[in-house]
Design a protein around this ligand. Structure first.
Ligand code: ZN
Length: 289
């Protein structure tokens, strides 16, 4: 589902920090390249939601910017790294008709491949937005071609971390079955609603037949599922040009790095508090609670 817009001061702060991160990482890269290190660019994945008619021109400018600064790839090409250009894959969550009507003609015109993740049970319904709706089965079938890959975004778009295991299995399997029936083709990609997942869910995704899954932050938790769980960065047609550029350059990776650092500090702080907790008789805190 679309998320609420962030406040302007928060966006400015993130952009400022991303600029510093970007400058530092480019400097390190230049030094390493100077010493003849092979340094291929890692593929970067961006994701959109809705694109309304009033946003079409801004979206088109973003796609032109992408072509100027990066190399668009499909989600099937993520394992092919490129030493000379920045590979970027465009993905879209939920399956909004507004994206199909206003953005898809722009990506197709520029031969930019996209992958769209569909909420299977909501096809043809408004899904809480009176000005938009999720595409119908017929519309989905009609847009699929070599430039459009279809993936599942569950059946009903729940936060999977709140469900029991059997219900998660049902969401994963029924959505895939429904989409395969509508498309008369295989569906091998999955995207977590709200980017919410636990490590145990990965085995369930494999069991349900998915080859790769996508989340809503740039870097997955740990490297345990590298190659199977792909991080992404959210973009919007309303992004400022510099903001979009920095996202495209991978400068917003710092969000995940800071989150990981905060988690490590939290665990360390809890560990140092343990003796006091025991003394108070309130129980022992476990790392990662
Ligand atoms: Zn969603």
């Amino acid at each position: 589902m679309p998320q609420f817009s962030q406040s302007i001061p928060k966006r400015l702060l993130k952009m400022f920090l991303a600029s510093i991160f970007f400058a530092a990482s480019e400097l390190i890269r230049a030094v390493r390249v100077a010493f003849a290190h092979q340094l291929p660019y890692e593929p970067l994945i961006i994701f959109y939601h809705q694109v309304f008619p009033s946003e079409r021109k801004r979206f088109a400018r973003q796609m032109d910017h992408l072509l100027r600064w990066a190399h668009p790839v499909s989600t099937a090409q993520l394992d092919q790294t490129d030493k000379h250009s920045r590979p970027v894959a465009v993905t879209v969550d939920d399956g909004w008709l507004s994206f199909v009507s206003n953005a898809l003609p722009e990506t197709k015109r520029r031969l930019i491949p996209i992958t769209t993740f569909i909420i299977a049970d909501r096809m043809g319904s408004s899904f809480g937005d009176a000005n938009d709706r999720i595409v119908s089965e017929q519309e989905l079938e009609s847009i699929r071609d070599d430039l459009v890959t279809i993936g599942s975004h569950t059946a009903s778009h729940p936060c999977l971390t709140t469900l029991k295991e059997d219900d998660i299995r049902l969401e994963l399997r029924s959505s895939r079955d429904q989409l395969m029936q509508a498309l008369k083709a295989d569906v091998r990609l999955f995207c977590f609603p709200f980017g919410a997942y636990e490590d145990e869910h990965i085995a369930l995704c494999r069991e349900a037949g998915y080859d790769r899954v996508f989340i809503s932050t740039p870097v997955p938790k740990g490297r345990r599922f590298e190659g199977y769980v792909s991080g992404r960065i959210r973009v919007d047609p309303t992004d400022w040009p510099l903001e979009f550029h920095l996202k495209l350059m991978g400068a917003y990776y710092w969000i995940s790095m800071l989150a990981a650092l905060r988690q490590r500090l939290r665990v360390r702080w809890k560990t140092t508090q343990t003796p006091l907790t025991i003394a108070s008789g309130a129980g022992v805190a476990q790392p990662g609670d």
